[in-house]
Ligand binder design. Structure first.
Ligand code: GLC
Length: 484
């Protein structure tokens, strides 16, 4: 197999940052259609549907074991009368996201689109329209990539087994014991609805199916046929991994099944490094997180993550060659909570100033520093230090003496300083190939981070043949402003 070198979104196998004689991490080859997705690094999702009226999360029907009749008032109250997808798109764009995913149908089976295969849609609520169409148009107009979330699980369809299921709302309804289900009819429905979604709205960039469990996995969904259909209808679409699961095989398996999907989803679960498949090769992945703790509206949940949390989390993902998809929970009437709009605008301010340290970047072949994270540009020529902890004095760039130069604060373009430690002679400190970085000179002083969430310093990576000369140039504080 030929290994990709400076492949999109992945660290070059041979980087001048590596100790000579060492090679960087090996990456599983990825198909061309994934390139934009890997490069984008940042997207949004929205969980919105009849459950938004209950405002107790999208699992409310299951959690409270409601019958369809119990749930019907929420369907009937779903008005969407404040839905303005153009404003969702504007704030997603302002935040710096490149793609969006909307719940076209969640586990409750309620559809936000005008399906010919069921009446259980927004067409038959006070909303009376195809909300997916409006979303697609608005997001496409705003220049964002458009994705659909579609639930494999369906608590409304009569052919989806209810009694004894792991999470069906009627799982304990004894009257349903022994009731037979025509599973093939359900699978046809599922394939049919996805066909509708992928044929009626033009180019669709992503499909997020959700989710597999117990025996409901892979071929139970007619996974191979499903993927064939998806690839036929939308050849460039990026597909997630949830037709499979970790037990029955997914894209991390030694021989991924045909329905493995294109990337690994980490739901609310930050990996501690690159995501590796069973052969030890790094694979693309995406962290899905919520703004509060709930995917859809929940009035009891006020655990809002702050813009700083998100900015740090995003840098953390990219430092491990992963993406971040941040979820928002619109109100039942269709507006984003003001906390979400504020967060989007604050994160957007950071992204405008620091985007180049995120978009198209990937893991650097360096150990994680104790003051933050590193990301590396696509071409491997620019190293970004994401400083997320206020340093006391300068901070150490371990092993980078002679390997980086021209440090600057990315948000302002102002000079930063790389130099030696002023009293290296008196204090045993660091390793000979360590070097020290600070925002200003004298470098042993403490300067408050201009951006306390994450101040990014960009540095040029020195080509290998110039590293010795660069090493020799390092002096005690290059501006010579040493104070005692
Ligand atoms: C889970 C949940 C679901 C949510 C999804 C997001 O699978 O069932 O409610 O939509 O994760 O990744």
């Amino acid at each position: 197999m030929t290994l990709p070198t400076a492949q999109s979104g992945f660290a070059p196998v041979n980087s001048p940052l590596l100790t000579p004689g060492h090679t960087g991490p090996v990456h599983a080859p990825v198909p061309e259609r994934l390139k934009w997705w890997i490069d984008s690094r940042f997207g949004v999702s929205y969980h919105w549907g009849a459950y938004s009226v209950a405002a107790r999360g999208e699992w409310v029907r299951s959690a409270e074991e409601m019958t369809l009749e119990d749930y019907q008032p929420y369907v009937e109250a779903f008005s969407a009368d404040r839905y303005d997808p153009a404003s969702w798109a504007r704030s997603a764009k302002e935040m710096g996201a490149d793609y969006a995913v909307l719940t076209t149908k969640h586990h409750d089976g309620f559809c936000l689109f005008d399906s010919q295969l069921t009446d259980y849609t927004s067409m038959n609520t006070p909303a009376r329209r195809d909300l997916v169409r409006e979303y697609v148009e608005a997001f496409r107009d705003a220049g964002l990539r458009v994705g659909f979330y579609y639930s494999l699980v369906d608590w409304h369809h009569p052919d989806y087994p209810a009694y004894g299921d792991r999470q069906h709302p009627l799982r304990r309804d004894e009257s349903l014991k022994g009731v037979s289900h025509d599973w093939n009819r359900y699978v046809e429905y599922l394939h049919g609805q996805v066909r509708e979604l992928l044929t009626r709205y033009g180019t669709i960039d992503m499909l997020t199916v959700d989710f597999s469990y117990n025996e409901f996995v892979g071929e139970k969904w007619k996974g191979e046929e499903f993927v064939q259909m998806v690839r036929e209808l939308q050849p460039d679409l990026v597909l997630n991994d949830r037709l499979g699961n970790a037990v029955d095989g997914n894209m991390k398996s030694a021989t991924p099944p045909p329905w493995a999907g294109d990337y690994d989803t980490c739901e609310l679960n930050m990996p501690h490094g690159r995501m590796l498949n069973e052969q030890g090769q790094a694979v693309p992945w995406d962290l899905w997180i919520t703004h509060t703790n709930t995917w859809s509206s929940s009035d009891d949940d006020q655990q809002w993550k702050t813009p700083g949390d998100v900015v740090k989390c995003l840098a953390n993902c990219v430092s491990k060659s992963g993406n971040l998809t941040l979820n928002f929970a619109p109100t039942a009437r269709g507006e984003l909570p003001s906390a979400s709009r504020e967060l989007q605008s604050e994160v957007g301010r950071w992204m405008r100033q620091n985007r180049e340290s995120i978009t198209g970047c990937h893991a650097a072949p360096l150990e994680r520093p104790d003051w933050g994270r590193y990301t590396l540009s696509q071409d491997g020529n620019t190293l970004y230090a994401h400083i997320t902890e206020q340093p006391f004095g300068h901070l150490t760039l371990r092993g980078l003496r002679g390997k980086v130069r021209n440090p600057r604060i990315l948000s302002t373009g102002h000079q930063a300083i790389i130099g030696d430690f002023w009293n290296l002679g008196i204090q045993a400190f660091g390793e000979p190939d360590d070097i020290f970085l600070n925002l200003r000179s004298p470098i042993q002083k403490t300067y408050l981070l201009p951006d306390p969430w994450n101040t990014v310093i960009a540095m040029d990576v020195v080509p290998e043949n110039e590293q010795q000369a660069e090493w020799n140039k390092v002096t005690i504080d290059p501006l010579r402003r040493v104070v005692f």
